[in-house]
Design a protein around this ligand. Sequence first.
Ligand SMILES: [Mn+2]
Length: 160
Amino acid sequence: MKVLIVSDTHGKDENLEKVLDIEKPLDMLIHLGDVEGSDEYIPIIAECPCEMVAGNNDFFSSLPRELEIEIAGYKALLTHGNYYYVSLGPETLILEGVSREKDIVMFGHTHRPYLECKDDFVILNPGSLSYPRQDGKKPTYIVMEIKEDGKANYEIKELK
Ligand SMILES: [Mn+2]
């Protein structure tokens, strides 16, 4: 099973289109917010089931603020993250994920890729495909792959 995880495209979908060309076929696309008007367009170009949450710039969107889903048996919390002060660090969100007994917490908002795996608990941020802010400012995303044995592998990828 292959899951593409992206965030903070802010209505500028050219790089998402490039990533989809590279990574398709997908079993799921996860968007962690700030789609800015592309709520309906993204599922069309993804050609797979999409799980998307609203970001702080999705004022007129009907997307949910958070989602709790299962991905191949892994319990995941999807949130843009701004309600958990992620700009200051992931600590508050980690506590939230642990208290809700999640295996994976995914967030966006910072426009900086992040991946931490600790004692079977994973917290990640794919960064932004449109307005990256980390050193080097390369558009980034994460591919989650679940192998036959049920183990999940996560990789932060840069769009060249
Ligand atoms: Mn945001």
